[in-house]
Design a protein around this ligand. Sequence first.
Ligand code: ATP
Ligand code: MG
Length: 488
Amino acid sequence: MTAPLLQVRGVSKSFPGVQALDHVDLDVREGEVHILLGENGAGKSTLMKILAGVHRPDAGEIQLRGAPVTIGSPKHAQQLGIGTIYQEFNLVPDLTVAENLFFGHEPTRFPGVVDFKALNKKAVGYLAELGLQVAPDRLVRGLGVAQLQLLEIAKALTQDAKILTMDEPTAALSEREAERLFVVIRNLAKRGVAIIYISHRMPELFALGNRVTVLRDGCTVGTKVMAETNPDELIRLMVGRELRDLYPPAATEPPGDELMSATFGPCSLTLRRGEIVGIAGLVGSGRTEFLRACFGADRVPGEVKIKGRVTVIKSPKDAVRAGIGFLTEDRKHQGLALTMNVRENTTMAALKRFSPMGWLQKAQEGLEAVKHIKDLAIRTPGPEQTARNLSGGNQQKVVLAKWLTTQSEILFFDEPTRGIDVGARSEIYHLMRDLARQGKGILMVSSDLPEVLGMCDRIVVMSHGSFVGELPRASATPEAIVALATRG
Ligand SMILES: Nc1ncnc2c1ncn2[C@@H]1O[C@H](COP(=O)(O)OP(=O)(O)OP(=O)(O)O)[C@@H](O)[C@H]1O
Ligand SMILES: [Mg+2]
């Protein structure tokens, strides 16, 4: 048998206070989609960054086709044929599509003189291969996420990538865009490219993967053939314990007094104490816009009443004062201060509470942070860790902790479990139900239909910027929601 394309042998990596990888093994064959699965903080992104030449391993060996290699830098990884698709793209907005594709290795007419004709012509071939319908000479600025992602893949292909790693590539894509990405991935695999694929979305793992390697606490737990395993077994492997039911039982009491009612154009909604209301709809149907309007993040004519009284909300600051908390969908940019630590992030929206006489009481802040670290199982050496150093899913949990600390009575959750592993998902769901039971009201936007159906007491459906229907929990089905969401 020939050596696998890529072999990782006993690779370890530690950061101050954290053993991120502990003797990890992985082998990846030509033409396979190899899934990397594990809880938040298990070490998936760290392994990917080692393959990308961003981090150097402390110990262990990496072999390409049986030959040991030291991946010294991102550039070196590219030269070795390892392409990496990060969640944050490395494209230059003010260059054209073709210029981005061949950035750093443009075809030239004479040394130093770029041959634009050849450049655009070559680009067309790569774009066509990925089914990307954009002109090679248009600027990258203004392209959508799905297009940017395909462009990153095309760029890796121009560098002749034999191994492509993708870290949660579907996190920001609509279902249709994700389907298109899957077609592209399957075609690449057919051509012999090996794909290392990281995601927390179980269905897509089974739709795409040939094999799966599970990491737990930085260790390899095992590698399975996808066709010979099932979601339950994988969850057991990754979590290492029995999980309680994913969704908590529904509310048993009828909802209480009105907390908020909001009207913006054709959208009008009331939220009561004790209820979790879902806003369903296709990506782009206006769900996030509605939340942002209520929160004063965008100025839209309309009216918000808090506990029956008209309240002027001109800015997020007004909204927080009125008792609204907003877990935004784009947490990295809107929710988290990356250079601040976990403690500071946890308390930053409720500083008044922690500085009763104008003095910030760090010890109190620390206690609050530690409580959330425990409740939400945030994987961090402690409250003083810089947010930037947490794994993606754990960063999200910190933003959640921040809004829990404000003790807001009205909570907006936009895609609350995106990038969150199954174990933590269940914790978050139970926590949401507890908050409702305590008399808070939760308004949730989610593209994950099972999650909407499993969590919400009633579901409002949006389409093209309008509310088009409402379904109580008892009669809500995926079909009914989709029918409303795609109508007109
Ligand atoms: N630069 C860093 N400094 C300190 N600790 C780090 C750094 N990068 C990662 N870690 C820690 O290493 C561990 C593994 O993180 P990693 O990002 O690889 O997890 P992950 O499996 O990708 O998780 P997620 O599903 O949440 O994205 C975590 O405990 C994380 O906090
Ligand atoms: Mg990660």
